[in-house]
Design a binder for this molecule. Sequence first.
Ligand code: APR
Length: 312
Amino acid sequence: MSKVTVVGSGFVGATVAQLLADKDIADVCLVDVIDGMPQGKSLDMMQAAAVHGFDRKLVGSNDYADTKGSDIVVITAGIARKPGMSRDDLLKTNANIVQTVARETVKHSPDAIFIVVTNPLDVMTYLTWKTTKLPASRVIGMAGVLDSARFQTFIAMETGFSVQDVRAMVLGGHGDLMVPLTRCATVNGVPIANFLSKEKIDEMVKRTQNGGAEIVALLKSGSAYYAPGSSVVQMVEAILKDQNRLLPCAVLADGDYGLKDVYIGLPTVLGREGVKRIVELKLEKEEAELLKKSADSIKENIDLMNKLLVAV
Ligand code: APR
């Protein structure tokens, strides 16, 4: 029986836990610093089991000892973005939280694969890799699946076709500099340029890049959690079921796409050992330049984070 620990039992964490149990993917240990909250949420979800008829166990805890032997650790602990706050404003607070969580969880689950959700995503994934000292193939950031889902949703909304037939991939950092691969986006294999004007596509790219902020502005407090939760669960399922799915994830570039020493969204093959490989696509000049710009911005933030952590 697979076990997934979710640290941070707020909106994203709880959504992940519920979906994992509901889809019969894994038993879940929900952890949070708030006393009683993960216990209350997991008991509530167990009672939903009586209605839905799933047999998965959910346990809530404030003690990392209960996370022992997890196959996957999902880190959602941190503070969420508030209106007007950029993802990078979150850097200092969330770096301290993620460092603590990574250190504590890896002690109890040295064989786990880590999926990081806390923002700023690429930098927090890098920090988790550094802190756990695990092979990079076992520390992965969730952003590309979510950004691609957003792009796919907008394509379906604009064309009127079922979202089930829309495929698209977004690379780069999880920020304003993400790189939606518009020429690879299709409706059941037909490139979207057959259905949409260049202006419309450019508009959708901007909306995708601003996808998180659009929801933050509407919610007024907190940030998105349904689509982020679903995206994490797709990655967990791909790993536990060894599906070899080709999904864009934040991974350590080690010369791939001409990038080095940076976590950034690239097409990866996910399976039981985590990242099986990074798939190198032939990018057009403009796409490669955008990816490089995105990587430079992440690197600046990694440097800034290193300074902030030393200063604490
Ligand atoms: N250890 C464990 N849990 C913690 C810690 C910690 N050191 N610090 C904070 N938390 C918990 C909070 O108590 C809270 O329950 O993390 C949870 C975060 O939940 P929310 O505030 O509801 O935030 P959420 O919407 O779930 O977003 C979490 O994911 O998408 C990103 O930008 C988002 O970084 C944010 C993260």
